[in-house]
Design a protein around this ligand. Structure first.
Ligand SMILES: Cc1cc2nc3c(=O)[nH]c(=O)nc-3n(C[C@H](O)[C@H](O)[C@H](O)COP(=O)(O)OP(=O)(O)OC[C@H]3O[C@@H](n4cnc5c(N)ncnc54)[C@H](O)[C@@H]3O)c2cc1C
Length: 440
């Protein structure tokens, strides 16, 4: 396993039951306590775990939710505890939708997951250990192991039946495809040029009690892209991430940061943090584009290799999907290993089966990411039916505001508990939505 980020740790839970020994190689020296590390630069920004991701991790590591509670995670009642402010709905009706999730920092979440992986008897977590290249048999048909560099500078070769590339970028997989004379997968991209800035605050004594977090969307004018998420963290803290597109980036100093917060469409977040104590500096992050790699379209792929998580698909982080999709992919991997264990060459069948099934898993979260085309400066190929999708989304939002059952269904789709096809499967709902679409 290359990488001990969210994808690598979740996938280790999936494969540990099916292999004698698993070696997880991570280039960072991993901190003993929840702490930031250089290999996860995004970890200083809000990382919301959707309830689907939480359930996927609990399926892989039974009782994981209790680990989150022990890590100090803040319980959030879906639909109630995060105040959602969007044009025309300030706020969107707050109602208990019937499930809970947990809010905590990326470092605390990853630390809790790492603890679980470390407790698996047949798993060795090697760190710091950078994988330098994937190795293939002379005919290039099979990946046979990796060459890596340990923390003391020594280099070695490790043989493996299966190498999973959970390195985030997937550069090792691309290099191997090239060196074995294969083409890289085609990519679909959505250029968003999103600029993030984040600061952590102590929750003040006079903090509002009618919400635990706030999500503020930009204005109706698609030119105004400024948005924000104020998220609770373990240790009675708030993490505030501000963002804008195509140069509308928030500043990296606290005065500029607060000035950006003051100019949000609503005053809720600024009023909450203006007198709160910052607990660290403002940190920034640039996210250029969402990327979907179509591994399923490749004619040949080396046996014994599998890319996973961000190495397959990276989403605009504002939708909070990447970690949950990584966990769902790990559950898919587990199901496939179970199914293929009956067959004569389970490893030979693994990547083709995974690539065949992963597009269905990615369909709903990728369709969420395509909503970025609402902003005219977004780069890439708009889906041909984008205007219809937009109208559908507006009609659904209007209906969800009025009808708790529709609100719940829409939240289930947004949380990746259900695929977007559930709308189509409900003719009565579709009739009402079509009627509203005719008016919007
Ligand atoms: C600003 C920002 C905010 C985000 N917010 C959210 C959010 O709210 N919710 C959400 O679900 N997702 C969010 N994401 C996405 C989320 O961070 C990723 O989807 C998720 O971490 C993907 O997991 P991964 O294992 O593929 O990669 P990562 O978690 O990035 O892990 C990759 C690991 O591989 C290691 N590595 C890399 N190369 C090597 C090598 N050669 N040898 C050994 N180790 C190597 C790295 O050090 C790292 O530990 C956000 C992303 C960004 C950029």
């Amino acid at each position: 396993m290359v990488g001990a980020g969210m994808g690598g740790l979740a996938a280790t839970g999936a494969i540990a039951r099916h292999f004698e020994q698993v070696v997880v190689m991570e280039r960072d020296a991993l901190p003993a306590e929840p702490a930031h590390r250089p290999g996860i630069p995004q970890g200083r920004h809000v990382h919301g775990l959707l309830v689907s991701g939480q359930r996927a991790l609990s399926a892989l590591f039974p009782g994981f939710e209790q680990d989150l509670v022990r890590a100090g995670a803040v319980p959030l009642i879906a639909g109630l505890d995060i105040r959602s402010e969007r044009p025309g709905y300030d706020p969107f009706p707050q109602r208990d939708l019937g499930w809970s999730s947990y809010a905590l920092s990326r470092s605390a979440l990853e630390h809790a997951l790492r603890r679980r992986v470390e407790s698996l008897a047949n798993v060795e977590l090697r760190q710091p250990c950078r994988v330098l290249e994937l190795l293939a048999t002379p005919d290039g048909a099979t990946v046979s192991g990796v060459r890596c560099e340990n923390g003391d500078g020594s280099r070695e070769t490790l043989a493996a039946d299966l190498v999973i590339d959970a390195s985030g970028r997937g550069a090792l997989t691309f290099a191997l495809l090239k060196s074995t004379g294969r083409s890289p997968p085609e990519e679909t991209t959505i250029g968003v040029d999103f600029g993030y800035a984040t600061c952590v605050f102590a929750v003040p004594d006079d903090a509002p009690t009618d919400w635990k977090g706030v999500l503020t969307f930009g204005g109706r004018d698609p030119q105004s892209s400024r948005g924000a998420l104020l998220h609770p963290l373990e240790g009675n803290r708030w993490m505030l991430s501000l963002g804008g597109r195509h140069g509308e980036d928030p500043a990296g100093d606290i005065d500029g940061f607060l000035a950006f917060a003051r100019e949000l469409r609503t005053p809720t977040i600024y009023n909450a943090v203006r007198h709160a104590k910052p607990l660290g500096p403002v940190v920034r992050y640039g996210f250029p584009e969402s990327v979907l790699r179509h591994f399923e379209r490749l004619e040949t792929f080396p046996r014994g290799l599998l890319p996973i998580a961000d190495a397959i698909c990276r989403f605009n982080p504002i939708y909070g999907q990447g970690m949950s999709v990584a966990a769902q992919e790990a559950c898919l991997l587990e199901r496939l290993l179970e199914r293929l264990s009956e067959e004569s060459d389970p490893i030979g069948g693994l990547a083709p089966a995974f690539f065949a099934e992963v597009p269905a898993l990615l369909d709903t979260p990728w369709s969420v990411a395509t909503m970025d085309f609402i902003h005219p400066s977004t780069r890439g190929q708009r889906p041909a039916d984008f205007e219809t999708r937009l109208k559908f989304g507006m009609a659904l939002t209007r209906l969800a505001a009025q009808d708790p059952a529709v609100h719940r269904l829409a939240a289930e789709v947004q949380s990746l508990l259900k695929p977007r096809s559930v709308y189509r499967d409900d003719p009565a709902l579709m009739r009402v939505i079509s009627a509203i679409m005719a008016q919007v």
